[in-house]
Design a protein around this ligand. Structure first.
Ligand SMILES: C[S@@+](CC[C@H](N)C(=O)[O-])C[C@H]1O[C@@H](n2cnc3c(N)ncnc32)[C@H](O)[C@@H]1O
Length: 240
């Protein structure tokens, strides 16, 4: 696919370093993709392909003026569906370019029968480009790709080029949660979030970053980290 071709999300493809597709989808997953995805995608969007952002308020995708949350890189969707079913009064936008993950999420949405999720099967940067300022009340970044090599650290999500649009679309007082098992990612997150200047870290003692959030469910990547004896870190920030 060339850079200008559209991804399944409808947005022009951008320089994404991760995987878009893994092994072939199961028959049932292909069915979810063809039967369910279109209705769950954000409506009436002209994806911004340039700095002239074409903004759309996400309340147009939900029935009412509810609080809206954002999950960046939902993987297989376990946390997204868990939060959606525990918080039926919230609307949650999930972004994930990895199509196999999107297909897994669609299966979970069917089983859980939740109706408060919008699925952007693409890059969270596309979403942040079209969200007006101060629209999101909570954002989740759970086990982002670690990019362990020093020369790849700029590919990590927690960099100025992502934090700036994220901070812009979060409301004042909004919560931004980051979970990671990579100590150097913790370091980079604390440094970059501090440098961004729009957030305060809410930890008062070690238990605040060692203990999972009360409403937490382990994701696939967390379970893998635990199996491989890496320690999860749970960082909570508030937009000032
Ligand atoms: C290590 S996986 C973690 C998945 C899931 N959050 C979990 O904990 O199991 C990181 C995910 O982030 C997704 N990702 C990476 N960059 C992204 C971006 N710019 N927008 C949305 N998702 C992204 C990847 O496709 C991948 O599925």
């Amino acid at each position: 696919m060339t850079k200008r071709e559209k991804h399944v999300s409808g947005a022009p493809r951008r320089n994404f370093y991760g995987r878009i597709k893994g092994k072939s989808l199961q028959k049932s997953q292909e069915r979810y993709m063809s039967e369910d995805l279109e209705a769950l995608k954000p409506k009436n969007v002209t994806w911004a392909d340039n700095p002239d952002r074409n903004l759309i308020h996400p309340r147009e995708w939900f029935e009412d003026d509810r609080e809206i949350w954002l999950e960046i890189g939902f993987g297989g969707g376990e946390h997204l569906v868990h939060q959606a079913s525990s918080n039926p009064d919230k609307g949650i936008i999930g972004c994930e370019p990895y199509i196999n993950g999107v297909a897994m999420l669609l299966g979970k949405i069917r089983s859980a029968k939740v109706n408060n999720i919008i699925v952007h099967p693409g890059d969270a940067r596309d979403m942040m480009d079209i969200l007006p300022k101060e629209t999101i009340s909570r954002a989740f970044l759970l086990y982002p790709d670690p990019w362990p090599k020093t020369r790849h650290h700029r590919r990590r999500f927690v960099t100025p080029e992502h934090l700036e649009p994220l901070a812009a679309c979060l409301k004042s007082g909004a919560i931004f949660r980051v979970a990671t098992d990579i100590e150097d990612y913790v370091r980079q997150t604390l440094e970059e979030v501090h440098l961004n200047g729009n957030f305060e870290w809410l930890a008062e003692s070690a238990s605040d970053w060692k203990q999972p959030w009360d409403d937490w469910i382990s994701t696939r990547y967390e379970l893998k980290a635990l199996r491989e004896n890496r320690t999860p870190h749970y960082l909570t920030f508030r937009k000032i």
